[in-house]
Write a protein that binds this ligand. Sequence first.
Ligand code: HEM
Length: 378
Amino acid sequence: MHPLRNAANLAVACAMLALSAGLSHATDTEAQPPPQSPPAFGEETIDPGEAAFIDFIEKVTIERLKGQFPPGSEPVLRDAHPKTHVLVRAEFIVLDNLPETLRYGVFKEARTFDALIRFSAGGIEVQDDSVPQANGMAIKLFGVEGEKLLENERDAETQDFVMINNFPSFFVRNLVDYQAVHEALGMEDPTAGTAEFFRNHPEEARAVMTMRGSEPLSSPFQARYWSQTPFKLGPHATKFSANPISVPPVAPGSGPDFLRDVALEQISEGDIYFEFLVQVQTDPVAMPVEDSLVVWDEEKAPFERVALVRIPKQDIDIEKSREIAESLTFNPWHSLPDHRPIGAINRARKAIYEALSEFRHERNGIVREEPRELPILN
Ligand code: HEM
């Protein structure tokens, strides 16, 4: 095994120990901590070892990306979702009949925001579209007033909503399992490594198979996408989702980039609509914030429509739009406090997306800043 991998494995073991120490550090002779009471609505529970573990995941992820893109191999692509199907101009139309309980953040009042949407493929490497894989839909709203969450981008005017198709929740429960899967992927025999992990984690195996899908997508505009992890909506914990409501089904195409081709064809023919939905947590135990594998039961907490996403008919210069897509960063922490990401997976995403995006931009010689005006894509 490569010495770096050995070191990484050792570090994982140490970090896992540190993380579990936060939960069980009492010895037999010490008083045991009182049993934990169930979480309140939207409550987060942060292990003492979490920050160090996130730091570790960030370092391992940057090392992996450096290995994937040695100097001279620029442009460095995103560590996750590196393949852009298409970047489109859109409108995010907040509905005017929302109940008071949902009127927070960008849903406070009926209003139309300009938006950009990047549709992407979720593999760690760029693959042919015939390979079944998770796909992403990342929405960036423009002209969003109010102080934002990221310390160095407080005055940004954007709000991002980042989603994946095929499955309503994420494929791992927590950060330890997330890193274990990525460790297995980096092993000399990744197939054996991941098979071992998923043998011991059957629910995660089912989730990852569903996320990957058994069939390739036929159009990025025909999938339903989910936030998978929870976010605040004012005082509530919620998940959100975008559901296509206008495009008639087409059969999967052929060629390595048929998802881009079909998307360009569909937006050159007419407007495309998604409904944007939120699901409010109605039971803090059955719909946990910290276990990102648990699907929140739609019967007990139905999704409610809060906005429409309109992708107007448009012609796109694919090269220009690809260049703009590479200059952008979609990050769930590009957010108003009213939409704050919550739960361990989201807490980890804060430092990791920033660090990875910074590395990518620096290596590509691109200034990293949140746009203030909708760019022209043709
Ligand atoms: C600990 C968990 C996660 C880690 C470490 C992680 C890491 C990353 C990184 C490093 C990027 C690229 C950032 C950049 O260079 O700009 C990215 C992009 C992305 N991630 Fe995650 N991610 C995690 C969880 C999730 C979850 C739960 C979702 C579900 C919605 C998700 C969806 C996406 C999407 C759609 C993109 C592409 C965004 C774009 O179009 O630019 N990720 N992720």
